[in-house]
Each structure stands twice: as C-alpha cells, then as structure tokens.
Ligand binder design. Structure first.
Ligand code: HEC
Length: 153
C-alpha cells in the first residue's frame, strides 16, 4: 500500500524520485492516528471557511482577505490530504472510507481539482472581482459532495 500511495504522490505532485523518498521518510514518522487527526483538522477548516464564503454568496459584504485565506488554505488542504491516508488510519472517529486505499489515484485527482478551484478563489480575491468569486465558488463547492459520497462512510 505504501508503494501505491507513493506512486500517487509522485504522479500528483510531479515530485522527483529523491523528493518522493524524503516525503516517504517523513511519513513513516507520522503515526496513523496523527494522520487521522490531521485529516479531520484540514477538512474541519474547509467546513468553517465554507460558511463564510456561503454568507458572501448570499450577499454579506465581501471580505477579500477571507476569500484569499480560504483559497490558499484550500490549495494547502488539496496538496496535503492525499498524503494522509495511512494504513491503520481508517478507524473511529474517521469517516474516511477504507476503499480510498484501493483508489488513491481517484481521490488524488479529485483533490487536484479542488486545488485548482481553490486557486481560482485566491485569484478572484487578488482581483477583488465579485463575478469571478461567484464562478470560483460554484466550482469549489461542486467538489465537496461528490468526494464525500464516494469516499466517506
Ligand atoms: C477529494 C475528496 C474530498 C473533497 C473534494 C472534500 N472532502 Fe471533505 N472529507 C473528505 C474525507 C475523506 C473526509 C473524512 C476524513 C476522516 O474522517 O478521516 C472528509 C471530511 C469532511 C468534514 C468532516 C471533518 C470532521 O471533523 O470529521 C468536513 C466538515 C468536510 N469534509 C468539509 C468539506 C468541504 C466543505 C468540502 C468542499 C469545499 C470538502 N470537504 C471537500 C474528502 C473530501
């Protein structure tokens, strides 16, 4: 399984073999329960930032700093999540489906898309452009449900 995860990492990030080795080593230092906690923390941050974005979609005053922070955080989450599906981390209180280990490529592709949409949010914030923000938000929010339906229990 570690090989599978590593292969997905290399594909996902275009990492050189050397870099990939370093990543693999740093992961071997992370325990399964740490990986689980990190997943929950990252996804929890997605939940709270989305509330603020939804409010802006519904007409609350634009807070471009918050949009920028959400876009940047989304890119960070999207890059980090695929590295956190360690064997032994699919235990309570995780809601991640163990099937992820059989399809790490599928979930990584979805995280790549999430990262792209997160970048669009950051770009909209840089341009302080409301229409761009609304389009980026639509793309961003379309990621959540599909992945949760397929990869959560
Ligand atoms: C490519 C897959 C994927 C995408 C896209 C995704 N999530 Fe998740 N999400 C997960 C997985 C897997 C879990 C379960 C993590 C665990 O418990 O180990 C999760 C869990 C969560 C949780 C529960 C965290 C907790 O404390 O248990 C929230 C909230 C959440 N996601 C919000 C979002 C929002 C909002 C979006 C879209 C903006 C989103 N997610 C997009 C895969 C995804």
């Amino acid at each position: 399984m570690k090989k599978l995860v590593l292969a997905a990492l290399i594909t996902a990030a275009g990492l050189s073999f050397m870099t990939a080795q370093v990543v693999a080593e740093s992961h071997s230092e992370m325990t399964a329960s740490e990986a689980l906690a990190e997943r929950k923390a990252l996804m929890g941050s997605m939940g709270s930032q989305t509330k603020g974005l939804v409010a802006m979609m519904r007409g609350a005053p634009m807070d471009w700093e918050a949009v920028k922070a959400a876009g940047d955080n989304t890119q960070h989450v999207a890059e980090t999540m695929p590295t956190l599906f360690l064997e032994g981390s699919f235990v309570p209180p995780s809601s991640a489906s163990p099937a992820i280990l059989l399809d790490i490529e599928g979930i990584t592709e979805r995280f790549e898309k999430l990262g792209t949409d997160g970048k669009a949010l950051s770009d909209a914030a840089d341009n302080e452009n409301v229409e761009e923000f609304q389009a980026a938000f639509g793309a961003y929010i379309s990621n959540c449900k599909g992945c949760h339906q397929n990869y959560r229990i």
